[in-house]
Design a protein around this ligand. Structure first.
Ligand SMILES: Nc1ncnc2c1ncn2[C@@H]1O[C@H](COP(=O)(O)OP(=O)(O)O)[C@@H](O)[C@H]1O
Ligand SMILES: [Mg+2]
Length: 374
């Protein structure tokens, strides 16, 4: 799949933009604070329906304007049109072929994988970031998963309210049982999907990592369900039945504590991922270089995963990451991307690209929220 055309109006520092993209490499060069990341952010928003860096949708609206409009023509089997409309005073609108739709059906029409310098946080940062990575990854290829996640959030929210009231002696705890059942039922399905996806990602990223390190390092990505006390580095796919059982037990074990604290203590909202390099947790023991390679392997695996789930490669967005990679990693990445994948690259300096690559790419300059031929 590829983005043929992008339209922006009142988005970040883009007052108005209409841009044709190539199906291969597109390189955007510009100094700092000109709008490079904003451009990739727009494509990301058109993919998953929200930004990877804004706290609130309203931040995306150009200062002084009342609304932001984003649209893309995406070619898959046929052309489709995606629109996102964000206004100061009304709810966000998502449109598929000019008809209103929900985020569940919207996300997944355009698939993207984003590489950013912040990616290191995937290894080093908090579990919440790793759960977000999983959710965004799986939601892009499964509308069912997307639906389960929003269902789970609703159940969790309601259950927390009951726990809070029960803790304050305002409500009797018998109502909890209904919510416990729903929590286990929907939560376990989420976990089964996560387990399956991480298993696939682990196999793919292990291959990538081997290639990048000339077989010197063994990389394993492991899913750590909230109830798991130890990690095995022997990846397995967890069955729905075993997950339901473990989840139910965890609820029983924590019943009194939850009633005391007044909120839910167990569930997939506490899941995590571990990155193992040669059997050691890369978060604690990995060097910066190893962590960087692990993340790179992981992002490339994400790309392959989406391809195997949907039948076509996602659009790859590389935000200023070329300068951080050494020559070998850069070549490796470019070789994988060339031919099959639409790639949108931002850079402050064209010198990170060799002449042949520059000549086979569309190269454009970004200056204060405008795009010009280089
Ligand atoms: N809502 C907004 N309205 C107007 N300008 C914005 C808005 N959000 C960000 N900007 C501007 O966008 C620029 C940063 O763009 P960005 O794409 O992050 O830069 P870079 O080219 O370094 O990646 C800054 O000048 C910032 O002031
Ligand atoms: Mg930037």
């Amino acid at each position: 799949m590829w983005i043929k055309r992008l339209f922006l109006r009142g988005f970040r520092n883009y007052e108005q933009l209409s841009l044709d993209l190539k199906s291969g490499f597109n390189i955007f060069v510009g100094d700092n604070a000109q709008g490079k990341t904003n451009l990739l952010e727009a494509m990301y928003v058109l993919s998953v329906g929200r930004s990877f860096r804004a706290q609130r949708d309203q931040e995306l609206i150009m200062a002084g304007k009342g609304a932001a409009q984003l649209a893309a023509i995406v070619h898959r089997d046929a052309d489709i049109r995606l629109d996102v409309r964000i206004a100061e005073d009304s709810p966000k609108k998502l449109l598929l072929n000019s008809k209103n739709t929900t985020s569940r059906y919207f996300s997944g029409k355009l698939n993207v994988v984003l590489f950013t310098p912040d990616d290191l946080q995937l290894v080093k940062g908090s579990p919440a970031g790793r759960r977000r990575f999983l959710d965004e990854e799986i939601s892009q290829v499964s509308a069912v998963y997307s639906g389960l996640v929003s269902q789970y959030q609703t159940i969790l929210h309601q259950r927390n309210r009951i726990l809070k009231d029960a803790a304050a002696g305002k409500r009797d705890r018998s109502l909890l049982e209904v919510f416990d059942q729903q929590l286990v039922s929907v939560g376990s399905r989420i976990m089964a999907k996560r387990s399956d996806a991480v298993h696939k990602l682990s196999l793919l990223s292990r291959l990538m990592h081997r290639k990048i390190t000339d077989g010197e390092e063994e990389f394993i990505l492991e899913y750590v369900p909230f109830f798991s006390k130890q990690c095995s580095t022997k990846p397995t796919v967890l069955s729905l039945e075993s997950l339901q059982e473990s989840f139910s037990h965890a609820l029983e074990d924590n019943r009194e504590l939850e009633l005391k604290r007044g909120y839910s203590l167990v569930g997939p909202q506490r899941d995590d991922l571990i990155f193992f390099i040669d059997g050691l947790d890369a978060r604690t023991y990995g060097s910066q270089g190893q962590q960087r390679t692990a993340v790179l392997s992981c992002r490339m695996a994400e790309m392959q995963f989406m391809r195997s789930e949907t039948g076509s490669y996602p659009v790859v967005l590389l935000d200023d990451v070329m300068s951080e990679l050494d020559y070998k990693r850069r070549q490796f990445l470019m070789n994988i991307l060339s031919d099959n994948v639409q790639t949108v690259i931002t850079t402050t300096n064209l010198r990170s690209f060799d002449a042949s690559m520059r000549s086979s790419s569309q190269v454009l300059r970004i200056y204060r929220g405008t795009v010009q031929a280089e």
